[in-house]
Design a protein around this ligand. Structure first.
Ligand code: MSP
Length: 510
């Protein structure tokens, strides 16, 4: 069975999760659910990044030990992801014992290779980025452009990683591979970074006097492993590197690292170089997605526009949130969350277009077919159209064009709405043309079945509801789209269920 191993970036636990973090995790969930439905052996890993100065400082401010702080905060992330219906297979925490073992193991391998050496680091460190900056990275006021704060001047003895030895191989990997860094804009950016002579060896440890919350360098307890080396290694820990050989063989190399555009460098340069050094196979793809803004502005505590995903889910349900975020944005570009757009899109697509089609069709089946799926064949044109949409949809989902995939599904829903309006099955039944009326309803039921399957990765709860209303006894999760699941038709004779609106219009003023 073909496998699919997908990861997300692991979030720093210095602050609570916001919809920007949620966006990436939902994207991974969409792909995990899509490929599971296609019959692949999927492993979906997400989690939290708990070490480093930023988290250490947040714990201090909260007046608790870093461990207690991390326990509280990681619980918040897990809880938010559960509420959003994320189907991850494992939630990793970098404070787990087995992770320490793996990080130290990778560090030792890089040391043994001769790629890690001791030197003196003198320069600028931004705690917000947990990264070393150069003068020319700063804005006009001498601040980090992302965090609007001046970086700290640092001078200390550190271990360094010989990135310079790997630049050539990295360039080859990115240039020759089939979409190893996506989207194309990010690929070009990374290639430019590799051409930059100033991108040199990077520090892979900090002195314990400047950072104590982290994993010790093996054999040198005065040094703590750099938080990015620690964090990136989670992708190996999660599938059993050094701890579970069969699991590692089953899932590594990773099929897809989903990360934000701000951290593509770490995933497309530092991480593969570390893997090359440790003689571990490289991931197949890194995708750097765009950022979510709120009402047109960057998400920021100081602006006060941080949206808690829990609150959104409590108020509108996970399906509406998931649907909007991916129907309204291009995954490779920045996208905006606006309350007005949210209400408009969700009401018009889910409540009106889809909800009404489902509701009126089921009501007609109840009234005219005794609540039983009639024994017919679907109308040919619409059936062919649906087959074409299937091919287009799969292609779009597999190239991360979620909004376009959703659009293709809704174009078919629109056609089905038009078809039922034009054919007027209620009139056909009245005129005694039972067979004709049944065929129209059967055709639309079949389109609804396919719609439920196609929307399942995006709106799993809603799709499960539709599935149930259409009378299926098995779980939608158990259908494999490629084989019988997709191409088979809705079985005649099954009894529809619980007729009533599947998605209620949100009546709320903006
Ligand atoms: N801990 C590191 C990642 C280590 S991965 C080995 C980190 N954490 S983070 O909490 O700052 O960000 C986590 C992820 O959320 C990143 O991929 C980041 O790009 C993403 N996002 C943070 N804000 C975002 C938006 N406003 N919109 C979309 N994604 C955003 O970086």
């Amino acid at each position: 069975m073909e496998k699919f191993y997908v990861t997300t970036a692991i979030d720093y636990v210095n602050a609570s999760p916001h919809i920007g973090h949620a966006y990436e995790k939902i994207a991974a969930d969409i792909l995990a659910r899509y490929y599971r439905l296609k019959g692949r052996d999927v492993f979906f890993l997400t989690g939290v990044d708990e070490h480093g100065s930023k988290v250490e400082r947040a714990a201090q401010q909260a007046g608790v030990t870093p461990k207690v702080f991390c326990d509280q905060m990681s619980g918040k992330f897990e809880q938010a992801w559960k509420a959003l219906g994320l189907s991850y297979d494992y939630f990793i925490r970098t404070t787990e014992d087995r992770h320490t073992l793996v990080v130290q193991g990778i560090f030792k391998k890089m040391l043994e290779k001769g790629d890690v050496y001791k030197g003196t680091y003198a320069g600028l460190y931004c705690e917000g980025c947990e990264d070393f900056l150069r003068e020319r990275d700063l804005d006009g006021d001498g601040n980090c452009p992302n965090h609007k704060r001046p970086p700290r001047e640092t001078k200390e003895e550190n271990y360094f990683f010989r990135l310079s030895s790997y630049k050539h191989r990295l360039k080859e990997w990115i240039s020759n591979g089939d979409g190893v860094v996506m989207p194309d804009g990010r690929r070009k950016e990374v290639l430019n970074q590799l051409d930059d002579d100033e991108l040199g060896d990077f520090s892979v440890s900090r002195s314990r006097s400047s950072l104590s919350w982290g994993i010790p360098v093996p054999g040198d307890p005065d040094q703590v492993i750099y938080v990015w080396v620690d964090a990136l290694t989670n992708y190996l820990t999660g599938v059993g590197y050094l701890t579970d050989k069969s699991m590692l063989a089953r899932y590594w190399p990773c099929d897809l690292h989903l990360v934000g555009k701000d951290i593509t460098k770490f995933h497309a340069i530092y991480w593969p170089a570390m893997l090359m050094s440790a003689d571990v196979a490289l991931p197949k793809r890194v995708f750097g997605h765009g950022f979510i803004t709120v009402e047109g502005q960057k998400i920021s505590k100081s602006i006060g526009n941080v949206i808690d995903p829990n609150q959104l889910v409590e108020r509108y349900g996970a399906d509406a949130v998931r649907f909007f975020l991916f129907a309204a944005t291009s995954f490779d570009q920045d996208g905006d969350f606006s309350k007005k757009e949210f209400l408009t899109k969700v009401n018009s697509e889910l409540a009106n277009n889809l909800g009404n089609l489902l509701n009126r069709t089921l009501t007609l089946v109840e009234r005219n077919c005794g609540g039983i799926v009639p024994d017919c064949q679907p109308e040919n044109n619409l059936r062919e159209e649906a087959n074409e949409v299937h091919v287009v949809y799969c292609k779009l989902m597999e190239s991360f064009e979620f909004a376009k995939a959703i659009e293709a599904v809704f174009a078919l829903v629109d056609q089905a709405n038009k078809y039922i309006n034009d054919e007027r099955p209620w009139a056909l039944f009245k005129e005694g043309k039972k067979k004709e009326g049944e065929q129209v309803l059967y055709t639309v039921l079949e389109i609804l079945r396919r719609t439920a399957l196609k929307l399942y990765p995006i709106t799993p709860g809603l799709s499960a509801g539709i599935w149930n209303q259409l009378g299926f006894k098995s779980l939608i999760e158990d259908v494999s789209q490629n084989e019988k699941g997709f191409w088979e038709l809705i079985p005649a004779g099954q009894a529809i269920n619980n007729v009533g609106p599947i998605f209620k219009r949100i009546e709320e003023e903006v």
